[in-house]
Structure formats: structure tokens, C-alpha cells
Ligand binder design. Structure first.
Ligand code: ATP
Ligand code: MG
Length: 254
């Protein structure tokens, strides 16, 4: 059965989408069958794979609001074995539409149940909010990856996220686990970056991935070419670090 992993942190710009795009590509490169769910109205994972929202017959919006099945809504990507269910800006309206639904927190979980056997990993790119769509993602997920940007105030807001995870565990999804904290945009030359890594390790110990993602220009350039770093510049540290992350994730799930 495929493992469902939400990539979440309500702090904006910490690397959620970059992690989703590149970890998914690296897992596919390891021969895994992977599905990305773009659960953010900004649709950055969708555009980062060069997918034009107009070309999608249905997006995550139609799945969540109108009950379209996920099978048939996925589009192929430039990576073999990697599919994506895209987002559009109208997803922002889904928060309101969902409020009146029965079991409004479990809509995504119910949609994913029939397709999870078709994949090894399903990665959900969350928006920088803890609204109903993110709650749906955390309710559907087996685990969560929390990207943490190596900068001042990195740990600010993590207690709020941990509290949300605690509430979701107690009320909606007792199985939800922390897959790992992932340090992103790491610059080994900066003492601060090392301090933040040590601090994370101090708080969360083994829950911190050994792999850290360096600050790497290729990671920020690749989405404008509609490619993961692995296809844009496979030798870049952005690409190789995500390949290590994929191997670490697979090893942790053996
Ligand atoms: P949001 O909260 O808005 O969804 P996010 O958490 O998904 O943001 P990203 O979009 O992945 O964050 O990254 C924010 C910005 O930082 C982007 O411009 C991205 O290209 C850049 N970026 C992310 N990770 C790296 C990295 N390791 N090296 C260089 N640039 C990066
Ligand atoms: Mg994002």
C-alpha cells in the first residue's frame, strides 16, 4: 500500500514545494511509483512541472468539491512513473465549499483510498496555512515531512504546527507520524545554519533527516523550466541532495 506523506509547514517559503517536486522526482528515479497532490491554490508544484492548469481535465478542486475520482485526474510528468494531480487558483474557494460537507476533514482521505495501491509514495504539497485543505492533507497522511529553513526564527511556528499535528492525531488520524524534519536552504559556511541544525537535533533528535538540502541556485531556477533539478542539472547539489533524501526515506521505510 502506498505511503501518503504530507509536506507541511504553515510558515511560507521554507521549501515545501521544492521538497515535494524534487523528492518526488528522486523517488521516481529510484524506480518508485509516485503521485504528487498539489494541495496549494498557488499551484507551484503544478507549474514547477511545467503543467498548464488549462490542460488538466480536472484538478484537485474538482476532486475535493465535486467528488471527481482521483483515478483519471492525474497527469503524467516529465519523470517516468511520476504523476500529478494539479491545482488551480480556484482551490482557494474549496475551503468554503468544504465547510458544509459531511466529514469535511476526511474528503481527501476518502478520495485517496482507492488509488493508494497504484503508488509507492503519494506526496501532498500543502499551502502555508493550517486551513481545512491542510487539515485534510494531515488527516489523509501516514506521515508528515516538515521542511525547516536554515535562517533566523526557523523554529518559530513549529510549536503551532506540532500542536495542530497533536490535535489531528487525537481527533482525526491517530496513526499520523512525523516522517522527519528537513533542513532546507542550508549554507554550511554560516555558523547560524549549523546552530539551527544543532538546535533541531536537540529538540527532535532522530526525527531530523541526516540529509540536509543546501541552498542551491539550480533548485530555484529549475521550476521556471518546468523541470525537477534532476532533469535540469543532474550534477547540481540541489539534485544530488534530494537523491540522498529519497534514499534515506526509502531506507527508513524498509
Ligand atoms: P509557500 O509557503 O509559499 O508554499 P514553500 O514552502 O513551498 O513556499 P518553496 O516555494 O519551495 O517554499 O521555496 C521558496 C523559495 O525559495 C522559492 O523561490 C524556491 O525556488 C527557493 N528555494 C527553496 N529551496 C531552495 C534551496 N535549497 N536553494 C535555493 N533556493 C531555494
Ligand atoms: Mg509551496
Amino acid at each position: 500500500m502506498g505511503k501518503i506523506i504530507a509536506i507541511a509547514n504553515q510558515k511560507g517559503g521554507v521549501g515545501k514545494t521544492t521538497t515535494t517536486i524534487n523528492l518526488a522526482a528522486s523517488l521516481a528515479n529510484e524506480g518508485k511509483r509516485v503521485l504528487i497532490i498539489d494541495a496549494d491554490p498557488q499551484a507551484n508544484a503544478t507549474s514547477g512541472y511545467g503543467i498548464d492548469p488549462k490542460s488538466m481535465s480536472s484538478s484537485i478542486y474538482e476532486c475535493l468539491v465535486d467528488g471527481y475520482p482521483m483515478a483519471g485526474s492525474e497527469v503524467p510528468t516529465c519523470m517516468e512513473g511520476l504523476y500529478l494531480i494539479g491545482s488551480r487558483i480556484d482551490l482557494a474557494g474549496a475551503e468554503l465549499e468544504l465547510i458544509n460537507k459531511a466529514n469535511r476533514e476526511r474528503v481527501l482521505a476518502d478520495l485517496l483510498a482507492p488509488v493508494r495501491d497504484s503508488y509507492d509514495y503519494i506526496l501532498i504539497d500543502c499551502s502555508p496555512s493550517l486551513g481545512l485543505i491542510t487539515v485534510n492533507a494531515l488527516t489523509a497522511a501516514d506521515s508528515v515531512i516538515i521542511p525547516v529553513q536554515a535562517e533566523y526564527f526557523a523554529l518559530e511556528g513549529i510549536s503551532k504546527l506540532m500542536n495542530t499535528i497533536r490535535i489531528i492525531k487525537s481527533r482525526l488520524n491517530p496513526q499520523l507520524a512525523i516522517e522527519g524534519f528537513l533542513l532546507t536552504m542550508y549554507d554550511a559556511r554560516l555558523r547560524l545554519a549549523n546552530q539551527i541544525y544543532e538546535e533541531l537535533k536537540g529538540y527532535f533528535g532522530d526525527m531530523v533527516f541526516d540529509t540536509v538540502i543546501p541552498r542551491n541556485i539550480r533548485l530555484s531556477e529549475a521550476p521556471s523550466h518546468g523541470l525537477p533539478a534532476l532533469l535540469y542539472d543532474s550534477e547540481s547539489r540541489g539534485a544530488t541532495s534530494h537523491q540522498l533524501l529519497a534514499k534515506e526515506l526509502i531506507a527508513n521505510n524498509k
